[in-house]
Design a protein around this ligand. Structure first.
Ligand SMILES: Nc1ncnc2c1ncn2[C@@H]1O[C@H](COP(=O)(O)OP(=O)(O)OP(=O)(O)O)[C@@H](O)[C@H]1O
Length: 471
């Protein structure tokens, strides 16, 4: 371990034994051999090695079950590694399971005092910081009520406020930024930034790619317990999203394998045949756009809804929906700055006067980047009669930072002459995740979205303007 290292992990492995039942676990304690193994082994981590220098911030990312929490537990001494060694230097504070150290019978205020004392801090330490902690937690009178009466949100607020004020040298946080409400999450992100500016070493596991990108100097990707990437956040996130994308495409192609149960209808089969003939004749999907024969079959073939049912009054349905690029190719993941088409097949069940196709894109922090309907852009899809179908494509430029976004779609009705008449016919809230990968060519910015900035400059002497247009 060098002078500046806060953490050195060498070849860490963690094996769990998973028993078929508590009885099997108990039997295993008894002496004597069993002919059949009573458990199976799960390696949550395998040969994980890395070093974190003091004052740096490391993000740990990976899909569910990839080993993030196990790694954090080992680093904080909550769990012991099966193989390898770990050295952690400095006063470590961790928020693994938030507030597990709190006594439910004590008030928030009393728990702050008890936590400081447990951490070996001097008696006046908690008193001096009590005002700041209470202000950060912002739970009002509940600060002086027993913790057992708290909502989970209040609990998280108190825990984060307490620990971040206890002057850690190394602060280890597991997903704390994804709990609590949006404003509290933002407050935590600012607090983490301040800790970082004060030279505190930070390590946090997160599914929030934007937070990792913004806060971390480096990031590790865990994949099935192995370190699959370790580098600057952008590279690690790109690798993560690529792995996710590959798995998603494999899952989609597996789901598309024809099964005897899903024989296509004769109508679909005819349309598929027409598309295949067009493809053979060299026509692309984009050329076929709008064709009554080809396009609905394409949408059904790439259908993201996969037979799911939406909610709503049902006067009009979205039987199929897909994401496409400008060439009409289906898209599983996207790149910053690209134009994405959200293409839906809309079918009226009865007479629908003014159908409105709407989308909502939600960013990794749960903020709506944009929520808009066709009628907002003065595009009118109907009126439609029973059984009539339309293909609608909403095009949007993904001028957003990289990360995992969620998409909602709906067909509703919103009348021009009666703005108070608004109904949802078929609504799919956050029905899919969309990974937006970094793109070298995309404009750089910090924030929720690139709203298209133009920068002007001129010298005072000659007023000769130099203007940079938005890309
Ligand atoms: N106590 C345990 N006993 C048995 N298996 C465990 C135990 N804890 C974790 N595992 C297994 O180890 C693997 C890694 O789990 P871990 O909780 O570290 O993943 P994670 O990346 O933190 O997941 P998530 O993002 O869902 O929190 C998983 O396969 C999990 O089922």
């Amino acid at each position: 371990m060098t002078q500046e290292s806060a953490i050195v992990a060498s070849g860490i492995g963690k094996r769990y034994r998973v028993y078929r039942s508590p009885r099997q676990r108990m039997l295993d304690w008894l002496p004597g051999e069993s002919r059949h193994p009573r458990y199976r082994e799960v390696w949550a981590l395998r040969d994980v090695s890395f070093e974190l220098k003091r004052g740096r911030c490391l993000g740990v990312i990976g899909s569910n079950g990839s080993g993030k929490s196990t790694l954090l537990k080992i680093l904080t001494g909550v769990a012991q590694p099966t193989t390898g060694t770990v050295s952690v230097k400095g006063r470590v504070l961790s928020l693994l399971e938030l507030g597990t150290g709190f006594n439910p019978e004590l008030t928030g205020r009393q728990n702050v005092v008890a936590s400081a004392s447990l951490m070996g801090l001097p008696p006046d330490f908690a008193a001096e910081r009590m005002g700041d902690i209470a202000a950060f937690a912002d739970i009002g009178v509940h600060f002086d009520h027993p913790v057992r009466t708290y909502s989970s949100g209040m609990f998280v607020r108190l825990a984060f406020a307490t620990y971040m004020h206890m002057e850690p040298e190394l602060f280890i946080v597991d997903e704390a930024l994804s709990v609590g409400d949006l404003f509290f999450q933002q407050k935590c992100a600012v607090a983490m930034r301040n800790l970082r500016a004060r030279g505190v070493t930070l390590l946090f596991a997160s599914h929030d790619m934007t937070a990792v990108q913004e806060l971390c100097d480096e990031a590790i990707l865990l994949d099935r317990g192995h370190v699959a990437a370790h580098g600057i956040p952008t590279q690690t996130i790109t690798r993560y999203l690529a792995i996710q994308g590959e798995r998603q495409s494999k899952a989609v192609s597996a789901a598309r394998q024809p099964s005897p149960a899903s024989t296509p209808t004769s109508q679909d089969a005819g349309a598929e045949k027409a598309v295949a003939e067009k493809a053979a004749a060299g026509e692309t999907a984009a050329e076929g756009a709008g064709s009554e024969t080809g396009l609905p079959a394409l949408i059904r073939r790439d259908d993201l809804l996969q037979g799911r049912r939406g909610t709503g009054v049902g006067g009009c349905l979205i039987p199929a929906l897909r994401l496409i690029d400008r060439q009409g190719n289906p898209v599983g993941q996207a790149r910053c700055g690209m134009e994405l088409g959200i293409q839906a097949l809309i079918r009226a069940q009865g007479d629908v006067e003014e159908p409105n196709f709407g989308i909502d894109l939600v960013d990794p922090q749960g903020r709506s980047v944009m929520s808009v309907g066709s009628s907002n852009r003065d595009v009118w899809i109907g009126p439609l009669g029973a059984g009539e179908e339309r293909v609608v494509t909403a095009w949007l430029r993904l001028a957003v930072p990289p990360g995992r976004y969620r998409l909602s779609v709906a067909v509703g009705e919103c009348r021009r002459l009666d703005p108070y008449h608004a109904v949802f016919h078929d609504l799919y809230p956050e029905f899919t995740e969309l990974d937006v990968l970094p793109d070298d060519g995309a404009a750089m910015f910090d924030g929720v979205a690139d709203i298209g900035i133009a920068v002007e400059t001129f010298a005072m002497e000659n007023r000769c303007a130099a203007r940079v247009e938005p890309t």
